[in-house]
Design a protein around this ligand. Structure first.
Ligand SMILES: [Fe+2]
Ligand SMILES: [Fe+2]
Length: 159
C-alpha cells in the first residue's frame, strides 16, 4: 500500500521537527492566528502533496526541509523594533543563517530559503523545489491572512 502524504511528510520532516529550536516558531505569529510553525508545516506539506500528486520530480527531502526552514528567522516580526522594519526583505537571509547554524542544510535547501521571497527580494528561484515553495508560500500567506483557522481540518493539523 502506498504511504499517504502525511506519512511521507512525517518521515522526511522528522529531523527538523525534532530539533528544540524549531519549536520557538510556535511562539511567533506569522499571519492572523497562524504561528510561524504552523505556516511552515503547511507550506512544506502542501509542497510535498503537490509533488506527489502531480509528479513534479522534486527532491522530496530537500523540498520538505527547505520549506520547513524557509521562515526560520526566529523573532516576532510584528514587534516594534528597528531591526524588523525591513523584515520582508531581510528575513530570508536571517532564516538562511539560522538554518545553516542549526542544521546541515544542502545547497538546494539553502536556495529554497534564500529565494522564497521572489520577486520582493530579487533573487529568482531556479530549481523546481525553490519555485514550488515560493508559490505555495504566497498561497498559504493569503489563506492565513483571510481565514481565522485555515488549517483546522488539514491532514497535518496534529503535527
Ligand atoms: Fe518568508
Ligand atoms: Fe513563509
Amino acid at each position: 500500500m502506498k504511504n499517504t502524504a502525511v506519512e511521507v511528510f512525517l518521515l522526511l520532516a522528522a529531523d527538523v521537527l525534532n530539533k528544540k529550536r524549531i519549536k520557538m516558531m510556535k511562539e511567533f505569529v506569522q499571519h492572523g492566528n497562524t504561528s510561524c510553525y504552523e505556516h511552515s508545516v503547511a507550506v512544506a506539506y502542501y509542497c510535498l502533496y503537490l509533488d506527489m500528486r502531480f509528479g513534479i520530480g522534486c527532491s522530496r527531502k530537500e523540498l520538505v526541509r527547505g520549506a520547513l526552514l524557509h521562515d526560520y528567522f526566529l523573532y516576532d516580526w510584528h514587534e516594534k523594533d528597528p531591526g524588523h522594519r525591513l523584515h520582508g526583505f531581510s528575513h530570508p537571509k536571517t532564516a538562511y543563517k539560522n538554518a545553516k547554524a542549526d542544521f546541515n542544510i544542502t545547497v538546494k535547501e539553502g536556495e529554497i530559503i534564500r529565494k522564497h521571497m521572489f520577486p520582493l527580494v530579487p533573487l529568482p528561484p531556479v530549481c523546481r523545489e525553490s519555485i514550488l515553495v515560493s508559490l505555495v508560500d504566497k498561497y498559504c500567506s493569503v489563506l492565513e491572512t483571510f481565514f481565522s483557522a485555515p488549517y483546522l481540518n488539514a491532514p497535518f493539523a496534529a503535527v
